[in-house]
Design a protein around this ligand. Sequence first.
Ligand SMILES: *Cc1c(COP(=O)(O)O)cnc(C)c1O
Length: 214
Amino acid sequence: MSLPEVLSGIRAAEAQAGRAPGSARLVAVTKGQTLEAIDRCVLSHGTFPLGEGRAQELRDKAAARPDLEWHYLGALQRNKVKYLRPAALVHSLEAVWQAQAIAQAAQGWGRAPAVLLQVHNGEAQKHGIEVELLPGVLREVQATGLSVRGLMVMAPDLDGHPARDERLLALFQDTARRAHDLGLSELSMGMSGDYPLAVHAGATLVRVGRSLFS
Ligand SMILES: *Cc1c(COP(=O)(O)O)cnc(C)c1O
């Protein structure tokens, strides 16, 4: 696969779902990739937001390429918040204390990243906000002054599972419904293995890594 193939997969899924072309944006997940590989496999095809999953790696790459739009989508530890300064969007907020720490650090930065709330995916997985807690967490995060743009979900790995596609689609559709009910417009869902289903369910940001670089 390559970036043009992923983009045509996204466009095909948009069309199939009756969505406007370009309504699902590709976020190129570049964690573990060198700047040289990013230039060759991503930026030679156009300009895309780049998603990093480790805070120091984000800091280092963004320092080298401040012209690019950087997103953060990894786990957030308190002592790593200081590295998020270059992030335009944090996809992986899952606790109110994280929002408070980012909002506080952002006072020194002079600007704050927008955030998405990561939703628990219902499987045995430790990350994400339990769905019944979402409205309360949303209010508390908004109270920090951060701009909450939407929800993010990571699908569980159901490879080889019967009814995999139906289950993933149901998860994505459920997440889309929750975002709508909360008045949030951005939906970060879909990775290399499942992005057509996510686009079908309304993803506005699709986080693809491996498929761009293989
Ligand atoms: C690594 C990662 C991705 C990209 O996954 P691929 O399978 O490489 O496409 C997307 N989202 C998050 C949160 C990730 O950590």
